[in-house]
Design a protein around this ligand. Sequence first.
Ligand code: IMP
Ligand code: MG
Length: 315
Amino acid sequence: MKDNAVIIGLQYGDEGKGRVSAHFIDDYDWSVRYSGGSNAGHTVYDEAGVKYKLHHLPAGAVFGKKVALHAGMVVNESELMEEYKALSHNFPLYISEAVHLTQPEHLAKDAQGSGIGSTKKGIAYVYADRAARKGIRAETLKKKYSALNFYKGMPPLKPGERALYEGAQGIMLDIDYGNYPYVTSSSIGPSIFSGISRVIGVMKAYVSRVGDGPPYHQDQEALRKAGQEYGTTTGRPRKCFWLDLDQMDYALSVVNPDEIVVTKLDILDGMKIKVIEFGREKEIGDLDAYKNFLINRFPAIKWFSDSPKGSLIKI
Ligand code: IMP
Ligand code: MG
């Protein structure tokens, strides 16, 4: 099967990948998370308009899709079980045996401070043990959870089934391509692109950042207030900035998405919108002017999301 797709964040996470995933999931049978752990927080509205904050589970969990937590992820067992039980939706849950499990000592070490303002979910330390080949993997849970489906290798798609891979964080938090050391401890893309023929990049109409490190532009209080930019996982206020064109050019040079979705345009309605180019602010104008500017500057943009519940408009 060559028809699988992946959703990748083009900034510092919190681009709205969850709602984008919810939009596209209709066309897919499987919803797959493949990196990061409960450091992520995806906000998703189900068909009834009810809001969910997901940390491990990808958006398909609230749409009855087959859900896989794939190799490359780290899972906090008790947090996952709480998240799973809190959903009234029915969906089959598959877990790769190669998923690594957060241990109490990982959390204890992260609680002492990672030095870069982590989410304190133990992420760096779980991945460190994985790299050191002494981690504890989900294969150890097989006997304990008979209702869950464990698998080796790739998610067990049946012939004709298609999967939507849902990225966590964003390219600037990638351990290799991000602003090291102010990054998370995993890759933002899947470790294997087996069968993925469509790369969907997600950019927010402005930038937000939690944790230490770049960008160091002027923090925009008005964006934080209008966009309700507080961390889904930690509740921390996110620093907010105008869209950085140079950062976007870099992200596109790395990710090279087939199509881009721009989210949260509605937040900028009524503002004098600016961008950052070569480190300096440049005024673009009102929302219509900004949309035109974006489409011209980034021709891969194919979708705008400009309503709070994130329905996408095709360009
Ligand atoms: P860690 O992944 O908890 O170790 O945190 C490392 C860095 O990545 C910190 O700057 C976090 O704030 C940031 N980070 C990790 N996950 C997310 C996310 O899902 N959204 C936004 N920032 C994140
Ligand atoms: Mg988030």
